[in-house]
Design a protein around this ligand. Structure first.
Ligand SMILES: [Zn+2]
Length: 303
């Protein structure tokens, strides 16, 4: 009688890291101490002793992204925005956020947040936005006060285009560089003005107007610009322009999600490289789910 050797399932490869090892690499990339005091970064759920073979990176820890993570068999979902920014007393599955926690825990998928610590890092979130716009000579708009010896760290970036271009052409460059959203790209200023020096801030950057003006930027690219801050910034710039100043900065407003999404690919690369330096291997994937909440833009009458 012939005997057969049963096919044995392969034990976990020795090269797959534990979650604890992944967290060490992430901490080296963007230490939690670089986060703003109000922020909530780090591990939200997950067991550091578990093995991580696959990581999904996304901007938002929303239900559709959890679907994507679980369908991909991810052991770790690494996101930019905190799921639980404010204290909670329950993560019962009876709430939207509690349900996210339950789905991840039950599937054995950890959740980790790198938010304002990733903004401050170099490379960081605004670096990535600046680089897809082809800006050079990048410096932070607001250096990280807690690391005075590290002038490359901080919020926002300012740098230069290879050559001056019309504001309208620059807006088209922004539209081509970022993932598509219903909002598209909005411009405030003279479409024919020439711009070269560009300030950027991934996410909501309207607290940085003074820094943007001080940087000498011709145009500021950010997200979530509201009527009054945008209107007042343009009125001030135009008033100064009438007195002989440059009339800058012009404003380019994009969708928040789109402004931060370019960071994910570089973050995935740095994570894979950092683990490889330790002899560890993971699959890292960037989410393709568009989590911008706006799904439809109806053209104005006559548009
Ligand atoms: Zn954001």
């Amino acid at each position: 009688m012939a005997t057969t050797t049963p096919v044995q399932e392969q034990p976990p490869g020795p090269s797959a890291p534990t979650l604890a090892e992944v967290l060490e690499v992430l901490e080296a990339m963007h230490p939690a101490r670089w986060a703003q005091p109000w922020d909530a970064v780090g591990l939200v759920c997950g067991d550091p002793a578990r093995t991580v073979r696959r990581v999904l990176l996304a901007v938002d820890p929303v239900d559709a992204v959890v679907d994507e993570a679980l369908a991909a068999g991810a052991d770790l979902l690494l996101v930019h925005h905190p799921l639980l920014l404010r204290p909670v007393t329950s993560v019962a599955a009876t709430t939207a956020k509690g349900s996210v926690v339950h789905r991840l825990v039950e599937a054995g998928c950890a959740l980790h947040v790198a938010h304002t610590n990733a903004d401050a890092a170099a490379p960081g979130v605004s670096d990535a936005l600046a680089r897809v716009l082809d800006l050079d000579g990048l410096v932070p708009l607001e250096p990280l006060a807690s690391e005075p010896g590290r002038p490359e760290l901080g919020i926002g970036r300012v740098g230069d285009l290879p050559a001056p271009e019309r504001l309208a052409d620059f807006a088209d460059r922004v539209a081509q560089a970022l993932p598509a959203t219903e909002q598209g790209v909005r411009v405030a200023g003279d479409p024919d003005a020439l711009v070269r020096r560009v300030a950027v801030c991934g996410g909501s950057g309207d607290s940085l107007f003074d820094r943007v003006r001080a940087s000498g930027a011709d145009v500021f690219v950010t997200a979530d610009l509201r009527h009054h801050p945008a209107s007042e910034a343009r009125e001030s710039a135009a008033f100064a322009g009438a007195a002989g100043a440059a009339g800058t900065p012009h404003l380019v407003d994009v969708a928040h999600w789109a402004s931060e999404w370019p960071w994910l690919a570089g973050c995935a690369d740095r994570l894979v490289t950092g683990l490889a330096a330790r002899g560890r291997t993971v699959d890292a994937h960037v989410s393709t789910t568009r989590t911008d909440p706006w799904v439809l833009r109806v053209p104005s009458r006559g548009e």
